[in-house]
Design a protein around this ligand. Structure first.
Ligand code: C2E
Ligand code: MG
Ligand code: MG
Ligand code: MG
Length: 273
């Protein structure tokens, strides 16, 4: 017993681990001040159809720490935000900003049809106030709810379906739509596509990357596109970077794309311009 305790103590005082703990908590306190310090920025990446028409954009968050030019990317702080509850104020901030940009689109003749996709963390979506909060913002900014698409990831909502589905339906009654993000990366069954009140599925970019060379990825993507077609769900391919990927997707009947081939995420104001 004593030996075990000793080992645990040793582990706890391991300098590398201490450093990691320190780094995590200092990053957390930096992130806590990010909204007030005006360090968060919304970027937007285009969604296009097979005719090359812009049909919408996805809001992607960037964190500009201490006036630096290159932002901290979401994969490096969203998980921390999610595990520390900071995702709640951050998520609220993202939605409010995003709807203000959507309002700007709506007032532009050539942009008023564009749909805006917003990533929502499960923790944020599960807040009791989430639906009312969205309703309030829709009214405050007078945006058309039909132009709002909320992106949820399957793995994050699967355990809470009995809570999640009624909330989704409530928002759908307003006209808000849902996309299932990063599709294929979880281990859930295809039957969720039938159960969830979604209108769109986004194929994760990890499957798209090698579709033209990897037969397994090609098979997975073809199967996802086929099932979406038969369930009458829109299907978007993420991470489209080159013509051969596009060609493959086109042949399989996937007609909506997001990726560097069409445009990288850019600051929202640049997107508007
Ligand atoms: P996601 O929602 O799946 O967003 C797509 C990610 O793929 C974005 O990464 C985008 O920049 C990247 N991407 C798009 N096209 C290409 C391409 O052609 N090639 C490559 N290599 N990458 C491409 P990003 O911006 O780093 O965001 C990563 C993830 O962070 C997002 O994945 C989303 O899950 C999360 N995230 C971003 N913003 C927010 C937010 O406001 N709230 C929440 N909860 N999560 C967010
Ligand atoms: Mg997304
Ligand atoms: Mg995705
Ligand atoms: Mg993702």
């Amino acid at each position: 017993q004593a030996k075990n305790d000793g080992r645990n103590n040793y582990k706890f005082f391991d300098p590398k681990m201490q450093e990691a703990i320190h780094e995590r908590s200092s990053m957390e306190s930096a992130l806590r001040g990010a909204i007030e310090k005006n360090q968060l920025r919304l970027y937007c990446q285009p969604l296009v159809d097979h005719g090359g028409n812009l049909v919408g954009g996805e809001v992607l968050l960037r964190w500009f720490l201490n006036g630096e030019e290159t932002p901290v990317m979401p994969n490096d702080f969203i998980p921390l935000a999610e595990s520390s509850a900071l995702i709640l104020p951050i998520g609220d901030w993202v939605i409010e900003q995003a709807l203000q940009y959507l309002k700007k689109w709506q007032m532009m003749e050539h942009a008023r049809h564009l749909k805006l996709s917003i990533n929502i963390s499960a923790r944020q979506f599960l807040q009791p106030s989430f639906v009312q909060n969205i309703k309030n913002l829709i009214e405050r900014y007078r945006v058309d709810p039909k132009l709002i698409k909320l992106e949820l990831t399957e793995s994050s909502i699967i355990e809470k379906l009995e809570e999640v589905i009624p909330k989704m339906n409530e928002l759908r009654q307003l006209g808000v739509e849902f996309a299932l993000d990063d599709f294929g990366t979880g281990f859930s069954s295809l039957s969720y596509l039938k159960i969830l009140p979604i209108s769109q599925v986004k194929i994760d970019k990890s499957f798209v990357r090698d579709i033209s060379t990897d037969v397994n990825d090609a098979a997975i993507v073809s199967a996802i596109v086929a099932i979406c077609q038969s369930l009458k769900l829109e299907v978007v391919a993420e991470g489209v970077e080159n013509q051969s990927q596009l060609q493959f997707l086109l042949e399989k009947g996937c007609y909506l794309y997001q990726g560097y081939l069409f445009g990288k995420p850019v600051p929202f104001n640049d997107f508007i311009a």
